[in-house]
Design a protein around this ligand. Sequence first.
Ligand SMILES: NC(=O)c1ccc[n+]([C@@H]2O[C@H](COP(=O)([O-])OP(=O)(O)OC[C@H]3O[C@@H](n4cnc5c(N)ncnc54)[C@H](OP(=O)(O)O)[C@@H]3O)[C@@H](O)[C@H]2O)c1
Length: 290
Amino acid sequence: MSKILVTGATGNLGKLTIQHLRSKIDVSNIAALVRDESKATELKEMGVEIRLGNYDDLNSLVNAFKGIDKLFFVSASDVEKRLPQHKNVMEAVQQSNIKHVVYTSFVRKNETDSSPIAALGKAHIYTDAFLQSSGKTYTILRHTLYMEFAPYFMGDKVVENQMVYLPSGAGKVAFLLRSEMAEIAANVLTSEGHENKIYNISGEEAFSYADIARMISEITGKEIKFVSPPVVKFIQTLKKSGVPEESIKMSAGFAQAIEQGEFDAPNPDISKLLGRKPIPLKAFLKQVYG
Ligand SMILES: NC(=O)c1ccc[n+]([C@@H]2O[C@H](COP(=O)([O-])OP(=O)(O)OC[C@H]3O[C@@H](n4cnc5c(N)ncnc54)[C@H](OP(=O)(O)O)[C@@H]3O)[C@@H](O)[C@H]2O)c1
């Protein structure tokens, strides 16, 4: 059995993936890349080998990748530093004997600077292209938006205000749970036939925020309106309500990307990778608003 190294192992996706891997392969074949050993107690208790490494430090990655056959590279979380960090990871991969890289990319349509989320995309576009010309085998998992994040863009007063207020127009997202993305990653890492494949890791069906408002209405029994204001008005309204600048920027950027169809990329075959039907959006919303 080959040795798999999971990066981002102290984060949500990496940790969940390791949990699924443990139910499929012997734990002696799983290693975790960790930048801060004090966060690795739980992983150590699971019996997972800890490899210290930081995306900012090429030498630490070169050392951590020794004896690894497969890398599960969870994209870095610091958007400002992500491109140079991913360059380090790719350089360390080239210097290593890693045979196969499974990478968490993102779904997209517009790869130019005109995309409202161009800054988020750069490192993914670079890494996808690098892997495809690296000479290593790869599987690129193009993640949609996490379903867990669907409520985040609407704020926490949807039911109270009886309104979903977001400049996402008629744009749709094929949400999928992050926990199911982790399950898919574990399946891909432990089965054959995924070499040099690019998959959209997204739900079977795409929904707009108008659809979401309708679903929350059905769940709560209250009429929830969907209002899609011009983006400038959206920003002004959130500023007046005291929402932090960073959150406004994030929500506005994603809402515009949604409106432009960036995440309208359903994958009707996702159950083949997951091994069952994914949890539908309405069932998730019921957990949150029910
Ligand atoms: N599709 C979506 O909707 C969506 C949403 C948000 C994020 N993402 C992307 O998906 C990734 C995984 O999501 P998540 O929820 O698991 O994120 P997360 O919980 O924030 O985990 C990020 C992981 O990356 C590690 N990390 C960050 N900087 C590092 C560095 N310089 N060197 C080594 N490790 C580093 C973190 O380590 P520490 O524990 O030490 O911080 C943590 O383990 C994110 O990093 C981001 O690229 C996707």
